[in-house]
Design a binder for this molecule. Structure first.
Ligand SMILES: Nc1ncnc2c1ncn2[C@@H]1O[C@H](COP(=O)(O)OP(=O)(O)O)[C@@H](O)[C@H]1O
Ligand SMILES: O=C(O)c1ccc[n+]([C@@H]2O[C@H](COP(=O)([O-])O)[C@@H](O)[C@H]2O)c1
Ligand SMILES: [Mg+2]
Length: 201
């Protein structure tokens, strides 16, 4: 059985932290990070506001991300091996449909790209309030550092726009409160995933 989990949400909500921990605990679990698909800096448009437009879907090579997800779906064992992910011995030999194979896809713009909307078995969305988001972001080091004013001028307004779009287009999103502790978030998501998997088996 193949099972794709989306962990979307606001920048600095805790998506990558939660994903890494879930991935260690879940069986045959691979991960796709949307951040790995940012286009090179010289291909990022500059807006009328003067900021490089990082927080829009065209800043990402979404075709390549889709192909990576398809690659996993075609052969999860091969995908795991080529990414150095341990696969359970029975999964090595049995047909993929007889084993659980999990892919977590995580990123800040997961539910704003039509071709990927129906690949998820489960859609989580982590949110945190403006002040906490700004505080966490100010301590973060990206490969391209945020210029002064980027958070208020681009990052937060784009987040609000995309969140509204998602709420208009997507059903079945499960919201996680990113102000909870890392442990609480992990326990909540892990239990929910376990229950869903048990119901499916
Ligand atoms: N539940 C949490 N409570 C407090 N801080 C958190 C929590 N989860 C993550 N963080 C911190 O917030 C920052 C961003 O976390 P990260 O997982 O990289 O977020 P994202 O991938 O959503 O941008 C990191 O410094 C991380 O340690
Ligand atoms: O990873 C990069 O190369 C990169 C370069 C410039 C900006 N980013 C920021 O990465 C953010 C998304 O990642 P995250 O983990 O904060 O959700 C998004 O808000 C972008 O502004 C990321
Ligand atoms: Mg991240």
């Amino acid at each position: 059985m193949k099972y794709i989990i989306g962990i979307g949400g606001v920048t600095n909500g805790g998506k990558t932290t939660l994903t890494k921990r879930l991935c260690k605990a879940l069986p045959n679990c691979c991960v796709v990070h949307q951040d790995d698909f940012f286009k090179p800096q010289d291909q990022i448009e500059v807006g009328v506001d003067g900021f490089k437009q990082w927080d829009v879907i065209t800043a990402l090579d979404m075709e390549s991300m889709v192909n990576t997800i398809k690659g996993w779906a075609e052969n999860p064992v091969k995908f795991a091996r080529s990414h150095g992910i341990p696969v359970s011995p029975t999964a090595e030999v049995s047909h993929p449909e007889n084993e659980i194979h999990i892919l977590i896809v995580e990123g800040f713009l997961l539910y704003n790209y039509q071709p990927l909307l129906d690949v998820y078995s489960k859609c989580y969305y982590i949110a945190i309030p403006y002040e906490e988001c700004k505080r966490r972001r100010s301590t973060r080091n990206y490969t391209v550092p945020d210029p002064p004013g980027l958070f208020d001028g681009h990052v937060w307004p784009m987040y609000l726009k995309h969140r509204k779009e998602m709420e208009n287009n997507c059903l079945g999103i499960e919201y996680l409160d990113g102000t909870k502790s890392k442990d609480d978030l992990y326990n909540e998501a892990y239990e929910d995933i376990q229950n869903t998997l048990l119901n499916r088996l």
